[in-house]
Design a protein around this ligand. Structure first.
Ligand code: ZN
Ligand code: ZN
Length: 346
């Protein structure tokens, strides 16, 4: 193996360069993976625009976190994997020892280890992720499908946190890739889905994935009223906010029924605040949730759903691009409005 490879390095705000870097060296518990597919993610786009993410990535650093590939080298202590296996590795692993991990809240681990560098020919998977959050890809599952496991794990966890029941009416606000995964997952659970979005193309995607009703969130429409009209005035059983704006957080809280559950899934810009109607929350007994990230359990569950064909890459991944075009792809995604991810083939 040549000891150099091409990789995307994030230097700062909208400053990304695809350049030769050393192939990572691995420690005794690590594995080296030849990346076959790396998927773009809304978080990467956010980080690209902002230049950093306090918890996940501090530049200069290799970039990208949704990947599937082949194991090409293993450290001498690795027993779970061997060269030649097809794997999907999560972008994090918990310590399993802190206050939060011991309570089953691995996503809130005090020492969550993050890994980046998927937009590259090779990526080092550190020992802790190798042990706790890397999975062999079943032979009938493609790399593109498997690479969806990480974002789907966040969605699976967020959805289950809402304790949905078959037949529930679920309002989903925001129809980017994450919102659309919620649409598809809720349909797999047998729920009635009302998809709320701005753009025609996104609403059409939601419909294609099984959404039962569509609500256009435009200048002159009131999505809260629309949801009430569709539910005999009661409101949705569950509302999931997948945009990350204070206004849509408010809509979500205002469109659930008495005793309903809201999931503020989309992270708003730093220092955002939201006004909530306290009387509504109190007298209507609204449960408010906000889900962040995933756990090894939700990763496994996500991979099981993918493996059974419930979630397929062709519904969420639109185009393939070479690694060289990554910066252009990021600028395009930063313009917003797409309901698709792009597969980067390094
Ligand atoms: Zn992601
Ligand atoms: Zn922990």
């Amino acid at each position: 193996m040549n000891n150099h490879m091409m990789a995307a390095v994030l230097y700062g705000k909208e400053h990304l360069q695809v350049e030769p870097v050393a192939v990572p060296t691995i420690g005794s518990g690590d594995i080296l993976v030849r990346v076959k597919v790396a998927l773009t993610c809304g978080t990467d786009v956010k980080v690209f625009r902002r230049g950093y993410h306090a918890r996940m990535i501090v530049p200069p650093a290799v970039f990208g976190h949704e990947l599937a590939g082949d194991v090409v080298a293993v450290g001498e202590d690795v027993t779970r994997f061997s060269v030649g296996q097809r794997v999907v590795a999560s972008n994090s692993a918990p310590c399993e020892d802190c206050f939060f991990c011991r309570r089953g809240l691995q996503n809130l681990c005090e020492d969550l280890l993050f890994n980046n560098g998927a937009y590259a020919e090779y990526i080092r998977i550190p020992a802790r992720i190798v042990e706790r959050n890397t999975y062999e890809i079943p032979s009938h599952v493609g790399y593109h499908d498997a690479a969806l496991a990480e974002p789907l794990a966040c969605v699976v966890r967020g959805f289950e946190e809402c304790a949905p029941h078959e037949g529930d009416t679920i309002a989903i606000i925001g129809l980017g890739p994450i919102g659309l995964m919620f649409v598809k997952l809720a349909k797999l659970w047998g729920c009635r889905v009302v998809a709320v979005g701005r753009r025609q193309q996104q609403l059409a995607r939601a419909q294609a994935l099984g959404a039962d009703e569509l609500v256009v969130a435009g200048e002159h429409s009131d999505p809260v009223k629309a949801i009430r009209n569709l539910t005999h005035g009661r409101g949705a059983d569950i509302a999931i906010e997948a945009v990350g704006k204070p206004q849509t957080w408010q809509w979500a809280a205002n469109m659930v029924r008495r005793g309903g559950t809201v999931n503020f899934f989309g992270g708003c810009p730093n220092d955002s605040t939201v006004n909530l109607d306290t009387a509504l929350l109190h007298y209507s007994e609204i449960t408010c949730k906000a889900s962040f990230h995933h756990t090894p359990t939700s990763m496994q569950e996500a991979l099981d759903i993918i493996s059974s064909g419930g979630i397929r890459a062709r519904d969420f991944v639109e185009a393939e691009e070479s690694l060289e075009n990554l910066t252009r792809v990021m600028f395009r995604l930063a313009e917003g409005g797409t309901s698709f991810k792009t597969a980067i083939i390094p």
